[in-house]
Design a binder for this molecule. Structure first.
Ligand SMILES: Cc1cc2nc3c(=O)[nH]c(=O)nc-3n(C[C@H](O)[C@H](O)[C@H](O)COP(=O)(O)OP(=O)(O)OC[C@H]3O[C@@H](n4cnc5c(N)ncnc54)[C@H](O)[C@@H]3O)c2cc1C
Length: 449
């Protein structure tokens, strides 16, 4: 055996897992196909649960030095008639109503976060890496899986106790597993670009009209990440019309952007994003495991993809550490990882999908419905807390039928509205045993399971 664990893919999922395993003295090899960091935008928003995990991994201070903290998100709705905008709704959702040290979201450049994790992993003697090295498939030797990895000058064979597919949406490890993939697409695309931030923009902001959606998320170094929802095909038209028309779309929605958005010099800075959602039927097969986007990708509306990747790697990392620590390396124990992570990832995937649907139909009637739902959720303290907790990843408190009726206005929104005490909040946070249920096994059960 060359390594105890081989991770394919040095994205956020692979790197988070590598740090965890190396810190438990597990010999781990990380194989990344790209020699240099990617240039495409891949998500920068971290949710509270991810901050908690990154703290446990010992990189909290490093990321803190490079983040912009965003404790709330302001959602502004306008009625648009030609160039005229009339304010018809404004609501704020606050992370700091959650009783936790980690009650904020933060923006950090994706490549910066990867660099911090990579530098951390390198501190451990059990961490090994091949970069560039492309995993091309498995071969079979005496009934054992051997991975084939192509480096710049040779193809090498590597044997590991466990193989982790962390290669993102297109996953060769997944292709080698007996897995079915459910895929969904959407009726819209996004354009994303960052540019200098006007000083008045201090928190996450979503500005919408019947037809438009613009998300603005402040980044460190006085930059702001923007996400503009467009119809398929609209990008081509915009490019023909020139950057002036692109600037105009932004400035029309937020006049303070004048003098800032127009610092975008070329269309090359603007990235087209085509949202997809997929879920796989199973995360494990024998000694192969899927994490992050290889297992699930979610609509980017709720900023959850990178967070799911971190949370998968936390649970799988803790499990593998326990398996090696207690000398129980039978792959049968991997079932715990799927039991914890699959329902949670599917829950978040549904949440993101619902958020996407809110903005998928450009009509006044749909806008009214959406506005009512957002307004009623923000105004009812209990619904507000549920929304923020479910987004944070720290726990789950599902909306009931009554909640849904309040959200859509069939019941008054103030019914049952009350602030949720820290004691009551605690009951809806995931416990250590819910996160890592194998820890509850008694020693006898442990031996037999
Ligand atoms: C435009 C966009 C915006 C997003 N916005 C957000 C956001 O705001 N918040 C958020 O939480 N999430 C966001 N996401 C989602 C987030 O980026 C992903 O969910 C997250 O990056 C998944 O991490 P990962 O490590 O699973 O996969 P990836 O980041 O895709 O990493 C996979 C790695 O594997 C490598 N690899 C692939 N194949 C091989 C191979 N055969 N051999 C070796 N290496 C290989 C790749 O080079 C890559 O480095 C966004 C995604 C996109 C595309």
């Amino acid at each position: 055996m060359d390594y105890q664990v081989m991770i394919v893919g040095g994205g956020i999922a692979g790197l988070t897992l590598a740090v965890k395993l190396a810190s438990c003295s597990i010999d781990v090899l990380l194989v990344e196909k790209d020699a240099k960091s990617g240039l495409i935008y891949k998500g920068e928003l971290l949710q509270p649960k991810s901050l908690k995990i990154l703290d446990k991994l010992g990189v909290y201070e490093d990321i803190q030095q490079n983040w912009e903290s965003l404790p709330s998100i302001v959602m502004t709705e306008y009625d648009q008639d030609g160039d005229e905008l009339e304010l018809i709704g404004k609501n704020e959702f606050r992370y700091d109503i959650i009783h936790s040290k980690y009650n904020t979201s933060v923006m950090i450049p994706h490549e910066k976060l990867k660099e911090i994790l990579f530098q951390k992993a390198k501190l451990f003697p059990h961490f090994h890496h091949i970069r560039p090295g492309k995993f091309t498939g498995f071969m079979n030797k005496h009934n054992r899986r051997i991975a084939k990895v192509k480096t710049s000058d040779e193809e090498i064979a590597i044997e590991a106790g466990f193989y982790i597919g962390a290669e993102g949406r297109i996953s060769p490890v997944r292709n080698e597993m007996n897995v079915t993939l459910k895929k969904y697409s959407y009726n819209h695309h996004f354009l994303t670009v960052s540019f200098p931030k006007p000083p008045s923009l201090k928190t996450s902001s979503i500005i919408t009209t019947q037809k438009r959606f613009l998300g603005l998320f402040p980044l460190p170094d006085d930059q702001v990440r923007s996400v503009l929802l467009i119809k398929p095909g609209e990008y081509k038209i915009m490019r023909k019309e020139g950057l002036e028309s692109f600037y105009h779309t932004y400035i029309e929605l937020l006049p303070e952007l004048e003098g800032f958005v127009d610092q975008i010099q070329s269309w090359n800075q603007v990235q087209l994003m085509i949202p997809v959602r997929h879920n796989v039927s199973n995360y494990i097969q024998d000694n192969c495991v899927l994490v992050g986007d290889a297992a699930h990708s979610v609509h980017p509306m709720a900023g959850e993809g990178m967070n799911l990747a971190i949370q998968d790697s936390d649970v799988l990392g803790e499990l593998l550490c326990w398996m090696y620590d207690t000398s129980q390396t039978d792959p049968i124990h991997l079932k715990w990882y799927e039991q914890v992570r699959k329902p949670r990832a599917e829950f978040v995937s549904k949440l993101s999908n619902q958020a996407a649907l809110l903005y998928s139909f450009p009509s006044s009637a749909w806008q009214k419905l959406r506005m009512g739902g957002i307004h009623n959720t923000a105004r009812n303290s209990k619904l507000h807390f549920k929304q923020m907790l479910n987004t944070s990843g720290l726990g789950i408190w599902r909306f009931t039928l009554m909640d849904r009726m309040k959200q859509i206005g069939l019941l008054p929104h103030f019914l049952g509205s009350r602030s949720i005490s820290p004691y009551e909040q605690e009951k809806h946070f995931f416990t250590e045993i819910e996160n890592y249920p194998w820890l509850k096994l008694g020693s006898d059960q442990r031996r037999n399971s």
